[in-house]
Design a protein around this ligand. Sequence first.
Ligand code: C2E
Ligand code: CA
Ligand code: CA
Ligand code: CA
Length: 278
Amino acid sequence: MAQQSNNGICHFTEAQGKQLHRQYQLVSRLHTALEEGSLSLHFQAKVRADDGVLVGAEALLRWNDSQLGPVSPAEFIPVAERCGLITAISAWLMQQAMSELKIWQQAGLDIKMAINLTAKDLLCETLLADIQAALRKSGISADKLTIELTESSVALHPQLAAQQLQALRARGISTELDDFGTGFSSFSHLRKFPIDTLKIDQSFIVDIALSAEARAIVQSIVTLGKTLNMSIVAEGVETLNQACLLRELGVDILQGYFFNKPACSVEFVEQINSWLPL
Ligand code: C2E
Ligand code: CA
Ligand code: CA
Ligand code: CA
């Protein structure tokens, strides 16, 4: 917050000034990102816990701006949401992710693709049309697409969100509740939302080998999810030990640096091919 002094003039601290300047830069550069082609996608593997088989990939946005350099999605996605650019960016990313999946399919890789959407995207009137357009254009069937949403984005307007989720399900698209456990999980909401999968946040995975409490939290999320007929994903899996513990706890799908670091499409396929002769 800016401070108001005796003479009624607002003063920003130096840190606030810097932050405002950064926001301004991000908004003005983000407007050119789609035209300049400075956005791209990286992919991370989703692996079945039982046997290590690759079942999907998550698309993660990357922005390498010619003036600002690489900017983290954790920084620019909220900015894109606030300045109204997110709908165009998400429509681009759907098209891009589906056309990469088509290339992989043609090379014999039959997996699902997960994309991340924001609260704004979920509530947007054109969401279903944008998804259908991306599917039609690429010739990908709806059951190959998963939408990842955070708890906070579905909780913002629960009724509208539930309708949209229902519409996605009716079209055969899967939905995954991302960063599960970190938001304001309302179990009553959970029961009403047609969600297929819970993705346990990486903060619970990081100390699972050391902390009985972390294991207990994972165990209770698994029990809750299974009771509601959902499948369970764990993200941020960095070690073999974590992978084994999560499998024992009943987690279905694993994702993290232990399997691969997010990489561009070409590198992703190389990473996958180097796993094959197991
Ligand atoms: P998220 O959806 O929870 O994605 C997981 C983040 O954890 C990614 O960071 C990923 O690179 C990182 N990660 C994956 N495995 C590991 C691991 O083993 N250890 C650690 N420490 N980290 C791991 P990233 O790519 O920087 O994305 C950050 C967040 O930005 C994402 O969190 C998501 O909320 C958002 N985001 C990324 N791409 C998109 C997008 O296309 N659309 C939207 N709406 N949001 C996106
Ligand atoms: Ca995600
Ligand atoms: Ca996550
Ligand atoms: Ca996250």
